[in-house]
Design a binder for this molecule. Structure first.
Ligand code: GLN
Length: 478
C-alpha cells in the first residue's frame, strides 16, 4: 500500500520505475482527495479534465523503459496567475472572468518539457495582493491544520493543495512573501528564488520588480528539483538571468541572525509571538549543534522595508493593472462611451484590496508626490540591498522566522489592512533586495487544541540557492 502523504518527487520516481505505482493511479488518488476535501478547503479554482491523458502518456513512456524525465508523471497544482495555454486564468479576480490563456508561461513550458502533469489551478488573493487568500473573488481558502484559520497568502491555494495531499507539488508566486508565508502556515516548503532566476513570462504581473515564481513542495529536495527545471534566462523576460550555480557543496559555515527584528536578547518583542520566538531559538540551537557558527548581524534599513514596499509595490500594481480595461481581457461592463466602459469594468471587476492599491500607487507616482514617496522609497530599497550585501560578506546565510505568528483566524485581519500588511515583515525585505529565501517547516505550536505549523526562513546571497537547499535539508532532518 502506498502511503500517499509521505510521497516526494524522489520517492514517486522510484515507485514509478519499480512498477509499484503508476502516474494514472497517482492522479486518480489526488482527484479523489480533491473531491473529498476541497469542497471545504477551497484550494482549487478549477480541476482540469485532461490530467489522466497526460498520466497515461507518462506511464507509457515509463513502461517502454525510457529514462523518465525530471518530473515525469508528477502532478502539480498551479496558481491561478500562471498561464497554461488553453486553460482559463483569472488571478482570482472577477475582471478576468472568461479569460483563456493563449500561451504557456515559460515555467509551464519548462515543467511540461520535463513531463509534469497539471491537476488544476489554485485559489489566491486577487492579483496576489494579500496574506490570507481571503481577498479572492471566489471565497477564502482554509488551512487544513485548522479550518477556522487562513492558509496564508497569496499562494494559499497552492500551499493547501500540497499540504492537504491534493497535489505532489505546486507553483506559486512571491512578491512580498506569497510563497513563503503560506508555506509556513501550512507546514510545507516554499522557495522564493533570486529575482531574475526564473522567467516571469506568462505570470500575471503584480509588481514586476519584485515578482518571482517558485515551488511549494513537501521537501527541500523537491523544491530544488523544480527550481532546477524552471530556472534560467528566457528571451521573453529581459530581467531573467542565466546564473551559474555551483553544483557541489557550498559548505556554508556561518549563519547570521539579524538583530533588528530577531535580536537574541529581545525576542518576543516587535510583534514576534512567543511560541514562534521559541521555535526560532530552537532552530538556532539546532544549527549550532550541527556545527554552524551563529553570528548576530545588523540590517539597519529593514526597519523601513514595509514602508518602502507599500510604496514601490502599489506604484507598480497601478501600472500593471491599467491593462485591465474591459477591452483586451476578460469581462466587460457596458457603458455609453469608452471612458464609461473602462470605469464600469474596473469598478465591477476589482475587489477592494486591488482598488486600494491602484489608488495608492497612482497617488505615490503623481506629480508633486513622486519625489516624496516613490523616489524616496527607491532610495530606501537601495539601502536595504546594501545592508544585505554588507552582511553577506560576513556570513553565508541569514536565519529568521518566516512569519511573526502562526496561521491567524479567518476574518481576524481582513478588515484591518495595516495589520494584514504587518504579516509580511520578515519576508518583504528579501523581495526588495532580490535575494533568494526558503521557508522550511520546523514543527508546530499548539493553539486552541490544534497544532499549527511554524516556518523558519533561510536567506542566501544572490544566486546562491544551493546554500538554501543544503542548509534547508539539514533543518528538515529535525
Ligand atoms: N502579502 C503581501 C502583499 O499583500 C505579499 C503578496 C505577494 O507576495 N504576492 O502584498
Amino acid at each position: 500500500m502506498t502511503n500517499y502523504s509521505n510521497l516526494t518527487i524522489k520517492s514517486v520516481r522510484e515507485l514509478f520505475t519499480n512498477g509499484e505505482l503508476s502516474a494514472r493511479e497517482l492522479v486518480a488518488h489526488y482527484q479523489e482527495e480533491i473531491k473529498k476535501k476541497d469542497p471545504e478547503l477551497n484550494a482549487y479554482r478549477e480541476v482540469f479534465d485532461d490530467a489522466f491523458k497526460a498520466a497515461e502518456e507518462a506511464d507509457k513512456k515509463i513502461k517502454e523503459g525510457e529514462t523518465p524525465r525530471a518530473l515525469e508523471g508528477i502532478p502539480f497544482a498551479i496558481k491561478d496567475n500562471i498561464l497554461i495555454k488553453g486553460k482559463m486564468a483569472g488571478a482570482s479576480s472577477k475582471i478576468l472572468e472568461g479569460y483563456t490563456a493563449s500561451y504557456d508561461a515559460t515555467v509551464i513550458e519548462k515543467l511540461r518539457e520535463e513531463g509534469a502533469i497539471f491537476l488544476g489551478r489554485t485559489n489566491m488573493d486577487e492579483f496576489a495582493m494579500g496574506s490570507s487568500t481571503e481577498n479572492s473573488a471566489y471565497g477564502a481558502t482554509k488551512n487544513p491544520y485548522d479550518v477556522s484559520r487562513v492558509p496564508g497568502g497569496s499562494s494559499g491555494g497552492s500551499a493547501v493543495a500540497v499540504a492537504g495531499d491534493m497535489a505532489l507539488a505546486a507553483l506559486g508566486s512571491d512578491t512580498g512573501g506569497s510563497i513563503r508565508q503560506p508555506a509556513a502556515f501550512c507546514g510545507v516548503v516554499g522557495l522564493k528564488p533570486t529575482y531574475g532566476a526564473v522567467s516571469r513570462s506568462g505570470l500575471i504581473a503584480m509588481a514586476s520588480s519584485l515578482d518571482q515564481v517558485g515551488p511549494i513542495t513537501k521537501s527541500v529536495r523537491d523544491a530544488e528539483i523544480i527550481f532546477d527545471v524552471i530556472r534560467g534566462r528566457d528571451d521573453l523576460d529581459s530581467t531573467s538571468l542565466e546564473a551559474k550555480l555551483p553544483s557541489g557543496r557550498s559548505a556554508s559555515k556561518t549563519i547570521g541572525v539579524p538583530r533588528e527584528y530577531f535580536s537574541l536578547k529581545e525576542m518576543g518583542k516587535e510583534g514576534l509571538e512567543e511560541g514562534i520566538a521559541k521555535k526560532f531559538q530552537e532552530s538556532i540551537e539546532f544549527f549550532k549543534a550541527k556545527g554552524f557558527e551563529i553570528k548576530e548581524v545588523s540590517l539597519p534599513s529593514v526597519d523601513y522595508a514595509l514602508a518602502a514596499y507599500y510604496i514601490v509595490m502599489p506604484a507598480e500594481v497601478s501600472a500593471n493593472l491599467s491593462r485591465f480595461d474591459g477591452i483586451r481581457y476578460g469581462s466587460r461592463a457596458e457603458g455609453k462611451n469608452l471612458l464609461e466602459v473602462y470605469a464600469k469594468t474596473r469598478e465591477k471587476g476589482f475587489g477592494p484590496e486591488a482598488r486600494r492599491r491602484v489608488i495608492l500607487g497612482a497617488y505615490v507616482l503623481s506629480a508633486g508626490y513622486y519625489d516624496a514617496y516613490y523616489a524616496r522609497a527607491q532610495k530606501v530599497r537601495y539601502m536595504i540591498r546594501k545592508d544585505f550585501e554588507n552582511e553577506f560578506k560576513n556570513v553565508d546565510l541569514l536565519l529568521t522566522p518566516t512569519t511573526p505568528h502562526p496561521a491567524f483566524k479567518i476574518g481576524e485581519k481582513v478588515s484591518d489592512p495595516l495589520s494584514m500588511y504587518l504579516e509580511d515583515i520578515y519576508t518583504v525585505p528579501i523581495n526588495l533586495a532580490g535575494v533568494p529565501a526558503i521557508s522550511v517547516p520546523f514543527g508546530t505550536i499548539e493553539k486552541e487544541g490544534k497544532n499549527l505549523p511554524v516556518g523558519i526562513q533561510l536567506i542566501a546571497p544572490w544566486h546562491e540557492e544551493r546554500r538554501l537547499f543544503e542548509a534547508g535539508k539539514i533543518l528538515e532532518e529535525k
